[in-house]
Design a protein around this ligand. Structure first.
Ligand code: CP
Ligand code: NVA
Length: 305
């Protein structure tokens, strides 16, 4: 693997499969890896709130025998108190890896360029690669393999959607997007993921309604309508996303046994109903758990000796 994990686009299908096979081992045999990252420290620079990403990285690092250091927004004051490059160069002298959660994706690229240690994207406005890896791992765990599967992503063509598109395209999973007009994923991402999907015998279809996307799907996935940093657009967005809720009527259009996914945090009864979120086909909390198992594999790949 490359030094950093900034985007799924940079991973080959075999690198993704390698992460998944290490994840299988980590999930089955916790004790075996308890000294894998002994003496190593991971810094978490977060400019946005987090539950899953922060906790799963911190606990994961601890379970691998390493240490972690959480640096809150006003601690480092990235790019204000000192430049991103200077932060990266300094931290590289103390620690063994950096997880960065920030707004602009270019900040993450800049940090990775300047740091001599691995930089992991813990979410930017453009992408969320650790999430998408855990998502595809969960799909494989629940449905057995990726062959002839269709994932319906209903909602905002946002950071989570961009990474899912890359991950599905690399692993040959068909994607049906159901996004309101004006909220489709980045056009470059769509173009790139469509050509990657083609190479892996998969298709990406874009619809401007939820029903066509959900029809015949094996996985129905959604995310919030208002992402972190978009709070001022909340009213306009909530209006635009009417008709894009995951509810039991929509789920009926999917294949029998289709699983329901959400990266969380969820705004219950907004983008997804309680009934579906807590229903028997919901994989949502297994998906959240898998964030930790998959990230432990990523940490070993990038920080291991
Ligand atoms: N899914 C996810 O990244 O959750 P957090 O924002 O809580 O880390
Ligand atoms: N799209 C959401 C994902 C949170 C994990 C956000 O960026 O806020």
């Amino acid at each position: 693997m490359a030094k950093d994990l900034i985007s799924i686009k940079d991973l080959t299908p075999s690198e993704i499969k390698e992460i998944f096979s290490l994840t299988d081992q980590l999930k089955r045999n916790k004790g075996k890896f308890s000294k894998e990252l002994a003496g190593k420290t991971l810094a978490l620079i977060f400019q946005k709130p987090s539950n899953r990403t922060r906790v799963s990285f911190e606990v994961g690092m601890f379970q691998l025998g390493g240490n972690s250091l959480y640096l809150a927004p006003n601690e480092i004051n990235l790019g204000v108190r000192e430049s991103i490059a200077d932060v990266a160069k300094t931290l590289s002298r103390y620690i063994d890896g950096i997880v960065l959660r920030t707004f602009e994706h270019k900040n993450c690229i800049e940090m990775a360029r300047a740091a001599s240690v691995p930089v992991i994207n813990g979410l930017t406005d453009f992408s969320h690669p650790c999430q998408a890896l855990a998502d595809l791992y969960t799909i494989k765990e629940k449905l057995g393999n990726f062959k002839d599967l269709t994932l319906a992503y209903v909602g905002d063509g946002n950071n989570v959607c961009n990474s899912l598109l890359f991950a599905c395209a690399k692993l040959g999973v068909n994607v049906n997007l159901g996004c309101p007009k004006g909220y489709e994923p980045d056009s470059e991402v769509l173009k790139d993921s469509r050509s990657m999907a083609k190479m892996n015998d998969a298709n990406i279809n874009l619809y401007n309604n939820a029903f066509d996307a959900a029809k015949g799907a094996d996985v129905i996935y959604t995310d919030v309508w208002v992402s972190m940093g978009q709070e001022k657009e909340a009213d306009v967005r909530k209006q635009a996303f009417q008709g894009f809720q995951i509810n039991s009527e929509l789920v009926k259009l999917a294949n029998k046994g289709a699983i329901i996914m959400h990266c969380l945090p969820a705004h219950r009864n907004e983008e997804i109903t309680n009934e579906v979120m807590d229903g028997k086909n919901s994989a949502i909390f297994d998906q959240a758990e898998n964030r930790m198992h998959v990230q432990k594999a990523i940490l070993i790949e990038l920080l291991g000796s």
